[in-house]
Design a protein around this ligand. Structure first.
Ligand code: C2E
Ligand code: MG
Ligand code: MG
Ligand code: MG
Length: 281
């Protein structure tokens, strides 16, 4: 199509594609450097037990402060890391850092706190994730059942057999598995039979409109009852108002996460809020 448009159009399209490719390359090498120089950091968003309002743990969320461009969201740099083979290094660093941070909080007087870490499908492809989880457990000394690995439904579709085998071995280590963004992927219930997950996290797109949209309310109610009848824990993501929190309590949802309770926090801020006076790792 570009050729038929004549010489001018062709060059224009070409220049645009070069620009996109260049931009991508720049981000890629900046990300590579950030990983090498230990310039990524983690924030921790509290996970709330709805009936009591207590903080039961946190989810580790990766942050990249680009020297010139400021904060780059994970929705942008995680896919880049996945595409250019950096996700294994990044994921290993996240696991280890989050586990060490949890250990510090345990030692500072909250030994019950759990830590949730996101894993992407690519981390399963070569099975490296198993060794990385073992290593994170070993260096931190945390109890395996305090660590929860969040997978999206896409992980479970990739390569059924191989992924299932890795997940079973992870479970044999004693770590917990949860399904992130539930309801946005394929939601094939087949994998709920293959793997015994610990928790389902209802995607924030359903939670956000819980009050105003009867369809979303029906979906949330359905997911909660599915989880409870399968004996799984259930958490609602993206809870932004007390009204939604109230509704979720009414629907017997056990856990919640969202700006209404707390934003993702720097570790020193989380420690301060929890009354833990320790330096961040
Ligand atoms: P996620 O795992 O579903 O994490 C929850 C996202 O929702 C986070 O976005 C969090 O900041 C945001 N959030 C929490 N509460 C609220 C709320 O009340 N309202 C709204 N509008 N948003 C809320 P964030 O930090 O930008 O991360 C986006 C996604 O990037 C994550 O979604 C996860 O899929 C991915 N991600 C982040 N860190 C990592 C990581 O270390 N490894 C991998 N593989 N993926 C990561
Ligand atoms: Mg998550
Ligand atoms: Mg999510
Ligand atoms: Mg998400």
């Amino acid at each position: 199509a570009a050729k038929r448009g004549g010489r001018g159009t062709y060059q224009f399209a070409n220049a645009t594609m070069n620009e996109v490719a260049l931009e991508r390359l720049r981000l890629e090498s900046a990300l590579r450097l950030a990983i090498e120089n230990n310039a990524l950091r983690l924030e921790y968003q509290p996970l709330i037990h709805l009936p009591s309002g207590r903080v039961v743990g946190t989810e580790a969320l990766c942050r990249w402060d680009h020297p010139e461009r400021g904060a780059i969201p994970p929705s942008l740099f995680i896919p880049i890391a996945e595409d250019c083979g950096l996700i294994e290094a990044l994921g290993g660093w996240v696991l280890k850092t989050a586990a060490l941070q949890l250990r510090a909080w345990h030692d500072a007087g909250q030994p019950e706190l759990m830590m949730a870490v996101n894993l992407s499908a690519r981390q399963f492809q070569r099975g490296v994730v198993l060794r990385q989880v073992e290593e994170a457990l070993a260096v931190s000394g945390i109890a395996p059942d305090r660590l929860e690995l969040e997978l999206t439904e896409s992980v479970l579709l990739h390569d059924g057999e191989a992924v299932t085998a890795v997940l079973r071995r992870l479970q044999a280590l004693g770590v917990k598995l949860s399904i992130d963004d539930f309801g946005t992927g394929y939601s094939s219930f087949a994998y709920l039979r293959r793997i015994k997950f610990d928790k389902i996290k209802i995607d924030q797109s359903f939670v956000r409109d819980l009050i105003d949209d009867p369809d979303n309310a029906a979906i949330v109610r359905g997911i909660i009852s599915l989880a409870l009848s399968l004996g799984l824990r259930v958490l609602a993501e993206g809870v932004e108002t007390e009204e939604i929190a109230q509704r979720l309590r009414h629907l017997q949802c056990t856990y919640a996460q969202g700006y209404h309770f707390a934003r993702p926090l720097r570790p020193e801020v989380f420690a301060l809020q929890q009354g833990l006076s320790i330096p961040p790792v």
